[in-house]
Design a protein around this ligand. Structure first.
Ligand code: G3I
Length: 467
């Protein structure tokens, strides 16, 4: 059996957004233990996923973390992050004994600042493998030592920081036989069991996964995976999960996806959708984008329907950052946000499948609010602290205003998105509820020291007075 199976509840924090369905409340003797909360729907993927007990992740491109639009989406919408490239062997041990953790550390810091899980990708893989390993002509004993040293050193470094590891990636050919990687041809079939045993010794608390593509359907390749993990479990090899990459093509979501996942969970393993995208022949028309939305929703619903499917990770944020056009010329539009970081129908489809609603439904405007907007400027930057007092109790809030100069580079106590000069700040999980007569605050930093008058600020659609 797998080491443990549970549904994760990542991103559920005390005081998290209360959702519009029955929730347990502390009950007095004789009272029912349930009450219906009269509040907002979850308006982000991560809040909606948390309400379902699963995580929702994205692959993060290290080079884009400094783009505040990109990083705001990554932090506000996702409860799990996977390094798109920086934890791969060629990045992390480019030459023997020379470990470079800088990119992976940046991701871990980002995740910790945003209350996110880190998914480690990947330890043993034939691709993005430096030539000193791939073409090094090592003997079996040399390569075994090199593989085990790599696993141990990387997992030791990230022990406690990385929740799941793709220990072995893409070990199969399409017909279900083993891919002839340098590990397979030099070490033989046993390299996978050895990699998992080494990983378990390095970090006994991390969940250990094997990950592959084109195994979503019940087919020869997924049979190969099924036979392997069955055999590993029979041998007592420590393995927790199987990652189904799910690089899908529009209109080709496999009909056997759910039953295929279930044969793996029936073994006691967790299953995860690890790299979801759905590519379209370019240019994509609106009908195709609508079908894509339904298909993102369908994959998400499939995970929710399978006990033991603990999360869905999408492979990248916007279409412009996706790996797809580089590898499949003429195809693209595979992600949830478009080239301008605007949410696509696919975003709404996935959010809705998770039980959320864009905008969270319209919150009631308050009958009155006043705002203090304090700016501290220097030559090339400013820090703005906003505090709003509301005459009406709030269960979730959304604040809109214009930022005449600069780009927001950092923010706190709110989820903030900026589109041109338009800024929207929505409550963080911990400050959604404000009593009548109470106040709440949030802040942000910009890259401009330009002066401007205090903008008009609206709270849940109603303009506030300036204090
Ligand atoms: O780092 C070099 C840079 O120095 C150089 O200037 C540039 C020029 O092309 O290339 C950069 O390397 C690129 C690398 O990503 C880092 O950005 C490679 O060309 C590019 O091929 C590589 O692509 C990655 C691909 O894996 C490699 O196999 C994609 O970003 C990444 O999304 C993709 O992810 C894989 C998963 O790891 C495993 N499953 C399939 C998935 C999609 O292929």
């Amino acid at each position: 059996m797998g080491r443990t199976v549970r549904r994760a509840a990542v991103g559920l924090t005390a005081g998290a957004l209360v959702l519009g369905f029955p929730v347990a409340v502390s009950a007095q003797a004789g009272e029912p233990a349930e009450a219906t909360a009269e509040t907002l729907q979850a308006s982000t993927l991560r809040d909606a996923a948390a309400s379902q007990g699963i995580f929702v992740g994205t692959a993060v491109n290290d080079g884009l973390l400094s783009n505040s639009t990109y990083s705001s989406i990554a932090s506000d919408e996702f409860s799990s992050v996977t390094a798109e490239n920086v934890m791969k062997w060629e990045s992390i041990q480019p030459s023997q004994g020379n470990f470079n953790f800088a990119g992976g550390d940046r991701l871990v810091n980002f995740a910790q600042a945003n209350d996110q899980q880190v998914w480690g990708h990947t330890l043993v893989w034939h691709s993005q493998l430096p030539s000193w390993v791939r073409d090094g002509g090592m003997s079996a004993s040399q390569l075994r030592q090199v593989m085990n040293t790599h696993i141990t050193t990387v997992m030791d470094h990230y022990e406690g920081d990385v929740a799941y590891w793709d220990v072995v990636n893409e070990a199969f050919n399409e017909d279900g036989t083993r891919r002839p990687s340098v590990f397979q041809t030099t070490l033989g079939d046993g390299y996978i069991a050895e990699a998992f045993r080494t990983a378990d010794a390095a970090d006994p608390n991390a969940k250990l996964c094997i990950n592959d593509y084109n195994i979503e359907a019940d087919n020869a390749k997924s049979d190969g995976m099924f036979n392997l993990v069955s055999s590993l479990l029979n041998q007592g090899v420590p393995i927790d999960c199987v990652g189904f990459q799910s690089h899908l093509i529009l209109d080709q979501v496999p009909s056997t996806f759910r039953s295929n996942l279930e044969r793996f969970t029936n073994l006691g393993l967790e299953v995860v959708i690890t790299e979801l995208d759905i590519r379209v022949s370019m240019p994509a028309d609106s009908a195709e984008l609508q079908r894509q939305s339904q298909q993102f929703a369908s994959v998400t619903s499939t995970c929710l329907a399978v006990e033991g499917c603990v999360g869905v990770t999408v492979w990248g944020i916007s279409d412009r950052d996706s790996w797809v056009p580089d590898v499949f010329p003429g195809e693209g539009a595979a992600c949830l946000w478009d080239d301008n970081y605007q949410p696509k129908p696919a975003y709404t489809g996935m959010l809705t499948a998770l039980g959320g609603e864009p905008g969270g439904g319209e919150p009631e405007p308050p009958t009155g609010c006043s705002v203090s907007y304090v700016v501290n400027r220097w030559n090339t930057g400013s820090v703005v602290e906003v505090r709003i007092t509301t005459s009406t109790a709030l269960n979730g809030w959304s604040v809109n205003f214009t930022l005449p100069a600069g780009t927001i580079t950092n923010h706190w106590n709110a989820q903030i998105t900026q589109s041109g000069t338009t800024v929207r700040a929505a409550n963080a999980a911990h400050n959604a509820n404000v009593a009548a007569g109470g106040s709440f605050g949030f802040g942000f930093q910009t890259n401009s020291g330009a002066t401007y008058t205090t903008p008009t600020i609206s709270l849940n659609g109603a303009n506030c007075t300036t204090a």
